[in-house]
Design a protein around this ligand. Sequence first.
Ligand code: ADP
Ligand code: MG
Length: 261
Amino acid sequence: MPLRTRRRPPPGPTTGTDALTLESVTRRYRRGGRDFHALENVSMTVPPGRFLAVMGRSGSGKTTFLQCAAGLDRPTSGTVRIGGTDLSRLSEPALTRLRRDRIGFVFQSLNLVPSLTAGENTALPLLLRGMNPHDPAVRERALRTLAAVGLRDRADDSPLRLSGGQQQRVAIARALVTDPAVIFADEPTGALDPVTAHEVLRLLREAVDASGHTVVMVTHDPQAAAWTDEAIFIESGRIVAHENHPTPQTVTRRLAGPGER
Ligand code: ADP
Ligand code: MG
């Protein structure tokens, strides 16, 4: 378990500029009268401009990891930092602001609003930031982001008129539109055919290579992991392995390795 560390963070507000840091993060649930560790003592760091895969079997703790890392859930203990900011020190409103301003999400259930157009869905995070919906810059930015995912010409369509892969691309545009420091994606290709999945992974890769975004992607798909710079493997809430430049073959081998405890 090479990533586990008991090192204490240095005191003070400036603790480096890593995009994401977890230190000894534990998330416990009370289940059937007993404590259950969905995440246990997880420590890791993601530098800016990196594409990371979080891998593991179903129930291993991937979504719990993502939700703690993205400030959607609070760990039972341990520290999460986004761009050096310790999330545990933030009030709920401050945490909401940080999520709004510095994080993009691509959920597995896409959460697109069917009564809005693709363009309006893409623009939503800008409005949440307080931009005026009638400000031409809002539409201009939404269109530019939709163009980046190849959907400029579908801006005025409802998501209901788009294919699954196109909807996934709108969800990515919505995550990109605010130019966030970190983009979190939970199984973004889980429901897609291989060709469309390829397209979505190419977009995430491009967000890293062309725009310097940091992407943290939960997946159990070895093909998807091969698009990333590094992969961590979670088993029973612990990081059990770490791999640079993962390939479908190496990832498949690891996932087929010794089972859960
Ligand atoms: P994965 O995304 O890898 O499939 P999860 O992070 O969703 O795994 O879940 C990890 C473990 O934590 C599972 O055993 C799950 O049942 C448990 N778990 C997740 N959320 C809760 C919760 N709110 N209450 C109790 N147990 C939970
Ligand atoms: Mg999950």
